[in-house]
Design a protein around this ligand. Sequence first.
Ligand code: ADP
Length: 429
Amino acid sequence: MEEVDFNKFYLTARRHAKDPHNLGPLEKFNGHARITGPCGDTMEFWLQAHAGRIEKISFITDGCDPSLACGSMTTCLAEGKTLEEAKNITQKDVLAALEGLPEDHEHCALLAANTLNAACNDYLTQQKKPGGTDTQKTCETCADSSCSASKQRKGETPEEFADRRRLQTKLCRIRHKIIVLSGKGGVGKSTVAVNLATALMLADQRVGLLDVDIHGPSIPTMLGLENETLRSGTEGMLPVEMGNMKVMSLGFLLQNPDDAVIWRGPMKMGVIKQFLTDVEWGDLDYLIVDAPPGTGDEPLSLCQLIQPLDGAVIVTTPQKVAAVDVRKSISFCRQVSVPVLGVVENMSGFVCPHCGEITQILPSGGGRKIAADMKVPFLGAIPMDPAIAKAGDSGRAFIHQYATSPSAKIMQDILEQITVPDSKNKLNS
Ligand code: ADP
């Protein structure tokens, strides 16, 4: 276990780390959750609740001393509370009760608060289920007659039908599919995709992150997975796993990260299809797809293959030249009947790393204006923050690593609007 030097400012945290309260699993429990954070630490909570109130609660973690301190303090805060009160315990509450933690370890409090929240949700879901049966819609055989892949279409060859059926069989096991689009490269599309997937993972959702940005697969770097290579399973390629997140990227197939990918159209389409059909995604709550930039053949075939898509998030920068592309992206979504979940204006103003003040260095508001003109939701503006670039370069999800920063709060508010209510998380401590 990693030794963390708690100096004299962290007396309470040190006390909880050395002598944690409520450590170890409960024998009888009716709420449970286990979450692995992007840092690799796993936190597990058990709770025994009666009449909507937590009577007993416990935790374990394989993380470092701050992780132990956060788990311990979180259980102390939740004990005796109603489920609703416990669900409202945030990272900020845990940090305040611990009287602070070294900044590098503040994310441990986020993991603890989120795992508690997920355990409470587990209890509440169990209460609602008649006989405790799993009502989640998954389909492994497509025997369901309402499924689009159950019947051969007119004019479809048996091979095409078999292909479509194989793809649909995979997609049927994924409850929500969201595509992240942008008019051009370099506007922060992958950054939004990575942080959205991480926020969902921290909310105890099973997440797949598919990097189809064929010419610039940056997700392995952004998640610190550059040295990962793919392995084969019984049904195809195995995605790289990071806790509750499964990641697939062309970057894992390149021998050298500096290799340029020069493929003609049909090859690109083939690889996109393979990433969906031949990857063992398993059962997922969300698949987040980082699409190639623009409105060309590649995003088009993605939108046609992934059916039904819950919707698209469109990322842009504030300048007029970039924002004009948003119009094209919105029109594109309308043509392929994909709902627009909203527009995110990224790099909107600059956050001073010293005082935190946001200065508008480029004209802003382009994304907001076009969203209003074209009657789609405007989700918000993320400032340009050196910590976002630093997190991306160091392979850590910004929303997790810098969870208490003002930009992470802004990002969280945006991401919460994208996720569906059953996975609403609480990073906004
Ligand atoms: P895209 O996927 O649109 O090509 P990326 O997400 O890869 O764009 O972002 C391009 C670069 O800009 C990355 O180095 C990323 O870390 C950085 N970046 C993205 N958004 C921000 C931001 N708001 N503040 C600072 N850097 C950012």
